[in-house]
Design a protein around this ligand. Structure first.
Ligand code: NAD
Ligand code: TYD
Length: 330
């Protein structure tokens, strides 16, 4: 296939591109704005064409589509809940308006398939049981609200124009190349540096952890076999409280629990996410990596890839970190 992968220089996008090139022999064009989270080095050696531009820019989208593509897979997004609380504008701009510009280009160019990468967070928080694809959309953060807005536009393009769209909603991903603002890489790098590990609230919020390569395989099933107009949940095999995750990281890094620091909770913090993935399993997908194994592999990757994260820790990230955690961590 020839694929246009938007946001392909980020965490999940670059892992997906690696799978498509290595396992499927696809030709891939990546359109990416290279924000703080987008890193061309994530695509090194894969032989893909990188177009530097925003998905809201119709001319850049046209340039990336070129003579045509078989499918568009859209990962491009602002993705961090904490940043959406302190500055929501960019989330609406990219996640809502950007999705619209891509859909419009897909319609005009008669692209055969459009896959929107979405999140379990659009369903809101669930105390017990798991969300299905029929669960109501009740997002609670500016991030999840903007993702829900994107999803609704995607579905409107199927109903209105017959564009073949599918949506893949993943649960919390982790693995190599994740920007260290997110829980797992942040805690791993802090532990490696003997810095405090800032746990929000009581540490008992639950996330449904999905190894990034499992999400990539799920997305490939949805791309290849998903029925037009359908949503597919792709959830991880295990759930864990944040404090259990942090203790696991301390164990794998050989550090002491005295590094843990409970800090002020995130406003509107969703208590628990949990996804039922029966529909994705009916397409032939299943998660291969249990959380314990995936966490150990992830810690090893960060330990072995200092050249990847050293420039990140000394750049924009430091400013963000000081702004966001400075006071809480003294
Ligand atoms: P990420 O922040 O690591 O990467 C996002 C990528 O999008 C970056 O390469 C960035 O440069 C690019 N981008 C941002 N704004 C852009 C714009 N306007 N135009 C073009 N490119 C732009 O994010 P991620 O964790 O890899 O998430 C990828 C997708 O998966 C997102 O849509 C996210 O909502 C979804 N998702 C993430 C998770 C998770 O746990 N990380 C779980 C489920 C779904
Ligand atoms: P995060 O990785 O931001 O993903 P999301 O909010 O999209 O689920 O956070 C995962 C969980 O970890 C969430 O419950 C918030 C918590 N968390 C902390 O306790 N401390 C932190 O420094 C961060 C970044 C997250």
């Amino acid at each position: 296939m020839k694929l246009l992968v938007c946001g392909g220089a980020g965490f999940i996008g670059s892992n997906f591109v690696r799978q498509r090139v290595n396992d499927h022999g696809d030709e891939v064009v990546v359109l990416d704005a290279l924000t703080y989270a987008g890193r061309p080095e994530n695509l090194e050696g894969l032989g893909v064409t990188l177009v530097h531009g925003e998905i809201q820019n119709a001319e850049k989208v046209a340039e990336a589509i070129g003579d045509g593509v078989d499918a568009i897979v859209n990962f491009a997004a602002e993705t961090h809940v904490d940043r959406s609380i302190s500055g929501p504008d960019a989330f609406v701009e990219t996640n809502v308006r950007g999705s619209l510009v891509l859909l419009e280009a897909a319609r005009e160019r008669e692209v055969k398939r459009y896959v929107q990468i979405s999140t379990d967070e659009v369903y809101g928080s669930i105390e017990e049981g798991s969300f299905t694809e029929e669960s109501p959309i009740v997002p609670s953060s500016p991030y999840s609200a903007s993702k829900a807005g994107g999803d609704l536009l995607v579905q409107s393009y199927l109903h209105t124009y017959g564009l073949e769209t599918v949506i893949a909603r993943g649960s919390n991903n982790y693995g190599p190349y994740q920007y260290p603002e997110k829980l797992i890489p942040l805690m791993v790098l802090n532990a490696l540096h003997d810095d405090k590990l800032p746990v929000y609230g009581d540490g008992l919020n639950v996330r449904n952890w999905l190894y990034v390569e499992d999400f990539g395989r799920g997305i490939s099933h949805v791309l290849g076999h998903g029925a037009p107009g359908e949503v597919y949940n792709v959830g991880g095999p295990d759930e864990s409280t944040n404090i259990e995750v942090v203790k696991g990281i301390l164990k794998h890094t050989g550090k002491d629990e005295s590094l843990i620091e409970y800090v002020t909770d995130r406003p509107g913090h969703d208590r628990r996410y949990s996804l039922g993935s029966e529909k994705a399993r009916a397409l032939g997908w299943s998660a291969q990596v249990r959380f314990e194994e995936g966490l150990e592999k992830t810690v090893a990757w960060y330990r072995d890839n200092t050249a990847w994260w050293e420039p990140i820790r000394s750049g924009e990230y430091r400013e963000y970190y000081e702004r966001h955690y400075g006071r809480a961590l003294g």
